[in-house]
Design a protein around this ligand. Structure first.
Ligand code: ADP
Length: 338
């Protein structure tokens, strides 16, 4: 490792955290060593017979043979050996502790680094999504402004395209707001799944009628634990996608059922379907499958399903998908019964 690399490593958060961990380990190890030394030293002192034993009334005429000194010397030697071992032990703790501290620091920082990377990816993706409609608005306005004689019809066309792009922007900002709101936990209450489905159908009725798509609603009366507004939003997203990615005059089926603990609601369409290679990614933010890009001109920004997924997660439920390209898709929400 070059000196510069070493310096930047030492300045890194991982190194700083590792040093803090190591400092704690060493303080503990040194304190224990000190306590061990003190108690052992005290014990050794206690084992030295008192000098009076070798002098007055001891039966031994004076400490001529230096017995007391001999015991003291042995105690000092033992103390020396103890210090040597404790120093060795602390060196070992330092080496092993350094490795362990680095490992722990990496483990502590990994989830934080992942979250920061996800955050920065989100900002990049969101900025990218914002740029496309903004560039379109800017270009069409600049071109219109440069025209020496702009007639009313042309001006109206520019305004219409501006409005279209701005509604895309509004949809995106609503979606982003919705995504951030889903980080807050919900307060689940017993609610009617049938009512949520009916409300969601109401919201997409105009879009379905525009494409002459029929929605076959077979949701029975079922009570689930959840937040009515959130659940309605999740079903609306699934219905909205089903309409977007289905041909005109097709049918969308809305079905529901239950087992011991959970209710399940499925939105099934006869649309373009999703390629197996796209399936693992469709719940990711800003992901749009190629099939969808080419088939739908009024596509969104690829955040609808991630919002739906977050809402279902908040409900302690699962959102799954089964799809066959050119045949259709079925999205199923499973959430706990009330
Ligand atoms: P978008 O706004 O692009 O619809 P979503 O997050 O709602 O974003 O969906 C992500 C992608 O999943 C879509 O771009 C599309 O490729 C695919 N998808 C979602 N629902 C369907 C569906 N019912 N039929 C086919 N593809 C779908």
């Amino acid at each position: 490792m070059k000196l510069d690399q070493l310096r930047s490593f030492l300045r890194s958060t991982t190194a700083r955290l590792a040093v803090s961990y190591l400092a704690v380990i060493m303080v503990l190890s040194l304190s224990f060593s000190f306590v061990i030394y003190k108690t052992s030293s005290h014990e050794l002192d206690r084992q030295i017979p008192p000098s009076s034993l070798f002098t007055a009334g001891s039966g031994v005429a004076g400490d001529d043979f230096g017995y007391h000194h001999f015991f003291e010397q042995r105690a000092d030697e033992a103390r020396g050996r103890l210090i040597g071992r404790l120093v060795l032990l602390n060196l070992l703790v330092l080496v092993v502790g350094a490795g362990l501290s680095y490992y722990l620091a990496r483990r502590t920082l990994e989830p934080i680094e992942d979250a920061m990377a996800a955050q920065s990816r989100f900002v990049t993706d969101a900025s990218h999504e914002l740029r496309t409609p903004l560039t379109a608005i800017l270009t069409s306005n600049e071109v219109a402004l440069r025209k020496p004689r702009l007639n009313l019809a042309q001006a109206k066309q520019v305004i219409a395209s501006n409005i279209e792009e701005m509604s895309r922007l509004k949809l995106l900002s609503d979606g982003l707001l919705s995504l951030s709101r889903q980080d807050v936990p919900i307060d689940p209450k017993p609610i009617s799944l049938q009512d949520c489905a009916a409300e969601a159908m109401n919201q997409v009725l105009a879009a379905a009628q525009a494409k002459h798509i029929a929605i076959d609603d077979k949701v029975p009366k079922l009570k689930v634990m959840g937040d009515a507004a959130g659940l309605t939003q999740a079903i609306t997203i699934l219905l909205d996608n089903a309409i977007k990615y289905s041909p005109e005059k097709s049918t969308i089926y809305l079905e529901a059922g239950k087992d011991d603990k959970q209710a399940s609601l499925t939105v099934r369409d006869e649309g373009i379907g999703i390629a197996a290679s796209d399936l693992p990614y469709i719940f990711d933010r800003f992901y749009r499958a190629d099939l969808a890009r080419t088939a739908s001109t009024n596509g969104g920004h690829g955040i609808g399903l991630s919002i739906a997924h977050k809402i279902v997660d908040q409900h302690q439920g699962q959102l799954s998908v089964a799809s066959t390209p050119k045949k259709g898709s079925a999205f199923t929400i499973k959430i706990p019964l009330a």
